[in-house]
Ligand binder design. Structure first.
Ligand SMILES: [Fe+2]
Length: 223
């Protein structure tokens, strides 16, 4: 374990505005190696919506990939593209189902909240109306921000060919619709490409430790 790596991430997503429901969801997903990506997606929705993201949008951002934490989900093959609709739809529907079931177990969550969160999670890969496009864009921005080490790991370990990981990053960029999101994307897209190509600190990281940190509520919220 590298204390200094952990130091870089400790408290990065501390946010006094996290609601009781959001904190419960973070407890639920603690240990998921994409928890950092989920927290970052929520943070991006706040930055991308002038005047503030709705509670439903923030919550959907925080849980949109939840299904990947629970075994049995869909998976692509090395032959399928990252934008393969069979995979994207299966992933989005399974996440929406898992999130809805969890929300129904929580006390006092309005039906309208559950239905809107479900719709947003279902749309997070494909966008739709203004708010749904923001969620899709926030997912892309957060991917560049928080999962560049995973892109490097995929390519470096040989799990996926470089070309396919490049294609994933390109797809995450080109699907962005809101201008404000594209303005924020280019720099961090380039940084993620540098990570993928082993041109920055990611190549020196202990990736096992990086993965642990990415799933640690304690580290990310600075508890
Ligand atoms: Fe995501």
């Amino acid at each position: 374990m590298s204390a200094s790596l952990e130091d870089q991430f400790r408290g990065r997503f501390y946010d006094s505005t996290l609601s009781k429901l959001e904190l419960a969801a973070i407890d639920w997903l603690d240990g998921f190696y994409q928890l950092e990506h989920l927290l970052s997606t929520r943070a991006w929705t706040i930055r991308l919506v002038p005047g503030g993201a709705s509670p439903e949008l923030k919550f959907a951002a925080l849980v949109h990939d939840a299904e990947r934490f629970f075994p049995g989900g869909p998976s692509g093959t090395p032959d399928t593209a990252f934008d393969d609709p069979d995979y994207l739809f299966a992933h989005s529907i399974r996440s929406a189902d898992i999130v809805e079931a969890w929300l129904r177990e929580q006390p006092d969550v309005p039906e309208s909240f559950i239905r809107r969160v479900r719709a947003l999670v279902m749309r997070h890969e494909i966008g739709g109306n203004t708010e749904e496009d923001i969620l899709q864009a926030a997912d892309s921005l957060s991917w560049f921000d928080t999962l560049d080490w995973l892109a490097y790991e995929w390519a470096f370990s040989g799990k996926l060919p470089y070309e396919k990981v490049y294609a994933k990053l390109d797809w995450m960029l080109t699907r962005i619709r809101p201008t404000i999101a594209m303005e924020n994307a280019l720099g961090i897209y380039r940084d993620a490409m540098a990570s993928l190509e082993g041109r920055n600190a990611v190549a020196e990281m202990d990736l096992k430790d990086r993965r642990r940190i990415a799933g640690s509520k304690k580290v990310l919220l600075g508890l």
